[in-house]
Ligand binder design. Structure first.
Ligand code: SF4
Ligand code: SF4
Length: 188
C-alpha cells in the first residue's frame, strides 16, 4: 500500500507529546550508564533528522553539529531531497530539545505488506546494546501509546512512509523473525 500524502509532520506537537514520556518509570539510563548517549570510540553520536524537523533547531545549538547529506549517497528512498540533516550531539543535551529519534528509541516502526503498522524493538545495528531490548523490559503503556501516535503522524508524510516501507522489506529479508510486537495499528 502506498500513501500519497505530502503533509509535513507538526513537529511542535510531536515534541510536546514526547517531552515527558519515558520507556520505564525510572530513568533507563541508570541501567546502562546512558550508553546510547555516549560517544563510541572516537565517533561522535549522530542521528538523522526527519524531513522538516530542522524547524525545531536554530542551527546555533552549542551541543549540535550539522552535516548536510545527499540522500542518493546514503541509501534513502528516491523521493528524498537534498539536504538530509545528520546531527552530531555532544551530551548532555537539553532534554526538552532532543531530536525526535532519541524520544522514540528503543521502539521502531514496521509496515506490513497490507499497510498495517507494527511497533517493535529497534533492529538497526548499533554500536551499543540497549538493555531494554536485550532483556526485553516491559515498557510503559503511555510510552508505547505515544510512540505509536508519533509514527501515525510521521507516516502521513510520503518520504517517511517510503523510508519505513523500504526498511521493513529489508528487515523481513534480513531477519529470520520479527522482534516482539508492542502494538499493531491499522492505518487509515
Ligand atoms: S541504551 Fe536503552 S536503556 Fe540505555 S539509556 Fe538508551 S534507551 Fe535507555
Ligand atoms: S541528543 Fe541527547 S538524548 Fe539524543 S543521543 Fe544526544 S545526548 Fe542522547
Amino acid at each position: 500500500m502506498e500513501i500519497a500524502v505530502l503533509s509535513m509532520p507538526d513537529y511542535k506537537y510531536l515534541y510536546q507529546i514526547t517531552e515527558n514520556v519515558t520507556p520505564l518509570d525510572k530513568d533507563c539510563g541508570e541501567l546502562c550508564g546512558s550508553v546510547c548517549c555516549r560517544p563510541h570510540g572516537n565517533k561522535a553520536l549522530g542521528m538523522y533528522l526527519f524531513p522538516g524537523e530542522e524547524v525545531m533547531f536554530s542551527g546555533d545549538e552549542p551541543w549540535l553539529e550539522y552535516e548536510r547529506h545527499d540522500p542518493g549517497l546514503y541509501d534513502f528512498p528516491d523521493n528524498w531531497e537534498y539536504p538530509v540533516f545528520f546531527v552530531k550531539c555532544a551530551p548532555p543535551c537539553p532534554r526538552k530539545a532532543r531530536p525526535l529519534s532519541c524520544r522514540l528509541f528503543p521502539l521502531a516502526p514496521h509496515l506490513l505488506e497490507d499497510g498495517s503498522l507494527l511497533i517493535i524493538h529497534e533492529t538497526m545495528k548499533l554500536p551499543y546494546r540497549c538493555p531494554l531490548i536485550l532483556k526485553d523490559f516491559p515498557l510503559r503503556k503511555d510510552f508505547i501509546d505515544t510512540v505509536t501516535e508519533v509514527w501515525r503522524e510521521l507516516l502521513k508524510n510520503d518520504k517517511i512512509y517510503r523510508l519505513v516501507q523500504e526498511d521493513s522489506r529489508d528487515r523481513e529479508r534480513n531477519l529470520k523473525k520479527l522482534p516482539r510486537v508492542f502494538r499493531l495499528q491499522r492505518l487509515p
